[in-house]
Design a protein around this ligand. Structure first.
Ligand code: PEP
Length: 252
Protein backbone atom coordinates (compact mmCIF):
# COMPACT_ATOMS: atom_id res chain seq x y z
CA UNK A 1 0.00 0.00 0.00
CA UNK A 2 1.41 3.42 -0.90
CA UNK A 3 2.04 5.90 1.91
CA UNK A 4 -0.65 8.47 2.66
CA UNK A 5 0.06 11.76 0.91
CA UNK A 6 0.17 14.98 2.91
CA UNK A 7 -2.28 17.72 2.01
CA UNK A 8 -0.82 20.89 0.57
CA UNK A 9 -0.88 24.14 2.50
CA UNK A 10 0.14 27.70 1.62
CA UNK A 11 0.35 29.60 4.91
CA UNK A 12 1.01 33.31 5.35
CA UNK A 13 2.49 34.80 8.52
CA UNK A 14 1.81 38.54 8.66
CA UNK A 15 3.93 38.88 11.84
CA UNK A 16 3.51 42.37 13.40
CA UNK A 17 2.11 43.86 10.21
CA UNK A 18 -1.38 44.89 9.29
CA UNK A 19 -4.23 47.16 10.31
CA UNK A 20 -7.92 46.97 9.41
CA UNK A 21 -7.25 48.45 5.96
CA UNK A 22 -4.95 45.48 5.25
CA UNK A 23 -7.94 43.12 5.29
CA UNK A 24 -8.52 44.14 1.67
CA UNK A 25 -5.47 42.02 0.79
CA UNK A 26 -7.04 38.99 2.48
CA UNK A 27 -10.38 39.39 0.72
CA UNK A 28 -8.61 39.98 -2.61
CA UNK A 29 -6.73 36.71 -2.13
CA UNK A 30 -9.94 34.85 -1.31
CA UNK A 31 -11.57 36.24 -4.46
CA UNK A 32 -8.66 34.96 -6.56
CA UNK A 33 -9.12 31.42 -5.21
CA UNK A 34 -12.85 30.64 -4.94
CA UNK A 35 -12.13 26.90 -5.35
CA UNK A 36 -8.44 26.41 -4.46
CA UNK A 37 -6.77 23.05 -5.08
CA UNK A 38 -4.69 23.53 -1.93
CA UNK A 39 -5.37 24.77 1.59
CA UNK A 40 -4.73 28.49 2.13
CA UNK A 41 -4.11 30.09 5.52
CA UNK A 42 -3.43 33.64 6.68
CA UNK A 43 -2.12 34.35 10.19
CA UNK A 44 -2.54 38.05 10.95
CA UNK A 45 -1.59 39.77 14.22
CA UNK A 46 -3.95 39.00 17.11
CA UNK A 47 -5.86 42.27 16.65
CA UNK A 48 -6.95 41.17 13.16
CA UNK A 49 -7.87 37.53 13.79
CA UNK A 50 -11.57 38.20 14.47
CA UNK A 51 -12.06 40.85 11.78
CA UNK A 52 -10.18 38.75 9.22
CA UNK A 53 -12.23 35.67 10.09
CA UNK A 54 -15.38 37.76 9.62
CA UNK A 55 -14.14 39.23 6.34
CA UNK A 56 -13.23 35.76 5.01
CA UNK A 57 -16.37 34.02 6.27
CA UNK A 58 -17.68 31.70 3.55
CA UNK A 59 -14.39 31.83 1.62
CA UNK A 60 -11.80 29.07 1.21
CA UNK A 61 -9.06 30.96 3.08
CA UNK A 62 -8.54 29.95 6.71
CA UNK A 63 -7.34 32.20 9.52
CA UNK A 64 -4.82 31.43 12.24
CA UNK A 65 -3.07 33.04 15.18
CA UNK A 66 0.70 33.51 15.51
CA UNK A 67 0.97 32.22 19.09
CA UNK A 68 -1.14 31.14 22.05
CA UNK A 69 -0.50 30.68 25.75
CA UNK A 70 -0.08 27.19 27.18
CA UNK A 71 -2.77 27.85 29.80
CA UNK A 72 -6.49 28.10 29.08
CA UNK A 73 -6.99 31.31 31.08
CA UNK A 74 -5.61 33.28 34.02
CA UNK A 75 -3.25 36.04 35.08
CA UNK A 76 -1.09 36.31 31.95
CA UNK A 77 -1.20 39.94 30.88
CA UNK A 78 -0.90 40.46 27.16
CA UNK A 79 -1.31 36.80 26.26
CA UNK A 80 -4.13 35.05 24.46
CA UNK A 81 -5.31 31.46 24.86
CA UNK A 82 -5.99 28.84 22.21
CA UNK A 83 -9.68 28.97 23.13
CA UNK A 84 -9.73 32.74 22.52
CA UNK A 85 -8.30 32.16 19.05
CA UNK A 86 -11.02 29.61 18.33
CA UNK A 87 -13.60 32.06 19.65
CA UNK A 88 -12.20 34.72 17.29
CA UNK A 89 -12.62 32.39 14.30
CA UNK A 90 -9.15 30.86 13.97
CA UNK A 91 -8.57 27.29 12.78
CA UNK A 92 -4.77 27.24 13.09
CA UNK A 93 -2.01 28.68 15.28
CA UNK A 94 1.70 29.08 14.51
CA UNK A 95 3.80 27.86 17.46
CA UNK A 96 7.51 28.08 18.18
CA UNK A 97 8.36 30.51 15.38
CA UNK A 98 12.05 31.36 15.66
CA UNK A 99 11.16 35.01 16.33
CA UNK A 100 9.15 33.91 19.38
CA UNK A 101 11.92 31.55 20.46
CA UNK A 102 14.42 34.45 20.18
CA UNK A 103 12.28 37.40 21.35
CA UNK A 104 10.35 35.63 24.12
CA UNK A 105 12.71 32.88 25.21
CA UNK A 106 10.36 30.11 24.11
CA UNK A 107 11.93 26.73 24.70
CA UNK A 108 11.03 23.42 23.06
CA UNK A 109 9.22 22.49 26.28
CA UNK A 110 7.07 25.63 26.16
CA UNK A 111 6.28 24.96 22.49
CA UNK A 112 5.21 21.40 23.36
CA UNK A 113 2.90 22.71 26.12
CA UNK A 114 1.41 25.22 23.70
CA UNK A 115 0.92 22.46 21.14
CA UNK A 116 -1.07 20.50 23.71
CA UNK A 117 -3.17 23.60 24.53
CA UNK A 118 -3.84 24.28 20.84
CA UNK A 119 -4.76 20.67 20.14
CA UNK A 120 -7.13 20.52 23.11
CA UNK A 121 -8.87 23.68 21.88
CA UNK A 122 -9.30 22.14 18.42
CA UNK A 123 -6.75 24.31 16.62
CA UNK A 124 -4.32 22.96 14.04
CA UNK A 125 -0.81 23.76 15.36
CA UNK A 126 1.85 24.83 12.85
CA UNK A 127 4.99 23.95 14.82
CA UNK A 128 8.15 25.67 13.59
CA UNK A 129 11.70 24.31 13.75
CA UNK A 130 14.94 25.50 12.19
CA UNK A 131 18.67 25.82 12.64
CA UNK A 132 20.77 28.97 12.99
CA UNK A 133 23.56 29.75 10.53
CA UNK A 134 26.16 28.77 13.13
CA UNK A 135 24.48 25.39 13.60
CA UNK A 136 24.33 24.78 9.83
CA UNK A 137 27.97 25.75 9.37
CA UNK A 138 28.94 23.41 12.20
CA UNK A 139 27.18 20.51 10.43
CA UNK A 140 24.59 20.24 13.18
CA UNK A 141 21.43 20.86 11.17
CA UNK A 142 19.82 17.40 11.22
CA UNK A 143 20.64 16.88 14.90
CA UNK A 144 19.17 20.27 15.82
CA UNK A 145 15.97 19.65 13.85
CA UNK A 146 15.53 16.13 15.29
CA UNK A 147 15.94 17.48 18.82
CA UNK A 148 13.52 20.35 18.22
CA UNK A 149 10.94 17.97 16.74
CA UNK A 150 11.38 15.53 19.58
CA UNK A 151 11.05 18.13 22.35
CA UNK A 152 8.59 20.59 20.75
CA UNK A 153 5.97 17.95 19.99
CA UNK A 154 4.01 16.11 22.68
CA UNK A 155 3.39 12.38 22.44
CA UNK A 156 -0.33 12.98 21.95
CA UNK A 157 -0.82 14.92 18.73
CA UNK A 158 -3.75 15.03 16.33
CA UNK A 159 -2.10 13.71 13.18
CA UNK A 160 -5.02 15.00 11.12
CA UNK A 161 -4.30 18.57 12.21
CA UNK A 162 -0.59 18.84 12.97
CA UNK A 163 1.54 20.87 10.54
CA UNK A 164 5.34 21.25 10.73
CA UNK A 165 7.28 24.18 9.26
CA UNK A 166 11.01 23.91 8.63
CA UNK A 167 12.36 27.45 8.73
CA UNK A 168 16.13 27.92 8.76
CA UNK A 169 16.57 30.98 10.98
CA UNK A 170 19.14 32.45 8.59
CA UNK A 171 16.71 32.25 5.66
CA UNK A 172 13.87 34.18 7.29
CA UNK A 173 13.50 37.65 5.82
CA UNK A 174 17.01 37.58 4.36
CA UNK A 175 16.40 36.63 0.73
CA UNK A 176 18.74 33.64 1.23
CA UNK A 177 17.45 30.10 0.90
CA UNK A 178 19.14 26.73 1.36
CA UNK A 179 19.92 24.72 -1.75
CA UNK A 180 17.11 22.42 -2.88
CA UNK A 181 19.31 19.47 -1.83
CA UNK A 182 19.60 20.93 1.67
CA UNK A 183 15.82 21.44 1.89
CA UNK A 184 15.20 17.87 0.67
CA UNK A 185 17.69 16.46 3.16
CA UNK A 186 15.93 18.13 6.09
CA UNK A 187 12.39 17.38 4.89
CA UNK A 188 13.17 13.71 4.18
CA UNK A 189 14.76 13.41 7.61
CA UNK A 190 11.80 15.13 9.30
CA UNK A 191 9.38 12.72 7.56
CA UNK A 192 11.39 9.71 8.69
CA UNK A 193 11.67 11.07 12.25
CA UNK A 194 7.93 11.73 12.47
CA UNK A 195 6.96 8.33 11.01
CA UNK A 196 9.36 6.68 13.43
CA UNK A 197 7.62 8.38 16.37
CA UNK A 198 3.96 8.53 15.32
CA UNK A 199 3.66 5.71 12.78
CA UNK A 200 2.42 5.67 9.17
CA UNK A 201 -0.14 8.40 9.87
CA UNK A 202 2.77 10.87 10.01
CA UNK A 203 3.08 10.53 6.22
CA UNK A 204 0.02 12.79 6.09
CA UNK A 205 1.54 15.64 8.12
CA UNK A 206 2.11 18.65 5.84
CA UNK A 207 5.80 19.64 5.98
CA UNK A 208 6.12 23.30 5.03
CA UNK A 209 9.32 25.05 4.04
CA UNK A 210 9.68 28.66 5.26
CA UNK A 211 12.32 31.32 4.68
CA UNK A 212 12.33 33.86 1.84
CA UNK A 213 9.76 32.01 -0.30
CA UNK A 214 8.71 34.27 -3.19
CA UNK A 215 6.59 33.76 -6.31
CA UNK A 216 9.84 33.39 -8.28
CA UNK A 217 11.35 30.52 -6.25
CA UNK A 218 8.18 28.77 -5.04
CA UNK A 219 7.83 26.27 -7.91
CA UNK A 220 11.28 24.76 -7.47
CA UNK A 221 10.87 24.57 -3.70
CA UNK A 222 7.47 22.84 -4.10
CA UNK A 223 9.04 20.31 -6.49
CA UNK A 224 11.45 19.29 -3.71
CA UNK A 225 11.09 15.98 -1.88
CA UNK A 226 8.64 16.02 1.05
CA UNK A 227 7.84 19.73 0.69
CA UNK A 228 4.05 20.04 0.99
CA UNK A 229 3.77 23.81 1.04
CA UNK A 230 5.23 26.94 2.55
CA UNK A 231 5.07 29.23 5.53
CA UNK A 232 5.53 32.68 4.02
CA UNK A 233 6.30 35.95 5.78
CA UNK A 234 6.94 39.05 3.68
CA UNK A 235 5.44 37.70 0.45
CA UNK A 236 2.13 36.88 2.16
CA UNK A 237 1.27 40.51 2.90
CA UNK A 238 0.10 41.35 -0.61
CA UNK A 239 -2.45 39.23 -2.47
CA UNK A 240 -0.55 39.85 -5.73
CA UNK A 241 2.58 38.18 -4.28
CA UNK A 242 0.98 35.44 -2.21
CA UNK A 243 -1.32 34.39 -5.06
CA UNK A 244 1.77 33.52 -7.14
CA UNK A 245 2.94 31.19 -4.38
CA UNK A 246 -0.51 29.61 -4.01
CA UNK A 247 -0.67 29.04 -7.80
CA UNK A 248 2.78 27.44 -7.78
CA UNK A 249 1.61 25.06 -5.04
CA UNK A 250 -1.57 24.23 -6.97
CA UNK A 251 0.59 23.33 -9.97
CA UNK A 252 3.20 21.34 -8.02
C1 PEP B 1 8.33 33.60 8.37
O1 PEP B 1 8.11 34.60 9.00
O2 PEP B 1 7.90 32.52 8.82
C2 PEP B 1 9.08 33.69 7.13
C3 PEP B 1 9.39 32.58 6.52
O3 PEP B 1 9.39 34.95 6.67
P1 PEP B 1 9.91 35.34 5.18
O4 PEP B 1 9.05 34.59 4.19
O5 PEP B 1 9.72 36.82 5.09
O6 PEP B 1 11.34 34.92 5.10
Amino acid sequence: MSAQKARKLAAGNWKMNGIKASLAEATALAEMFPEPKVDILLCPPATLVAPMAAALFGSKVDVGGQDCHMKASGAHTGDISAEMLVDAGADYVILGHSERRADHGETDHIVAEKTIAATMAGLAPVVCVGETLEQREAGETLGVIRKQLSASLPDAVDLEKLVIAYEPVWAIGTGKIPTLEQIAEVHDDMRATLVDRYGDGANGIPLLYGGSVKPGNAAEIFATSNVDGALVGGASLKAADFSGIVKALEEA
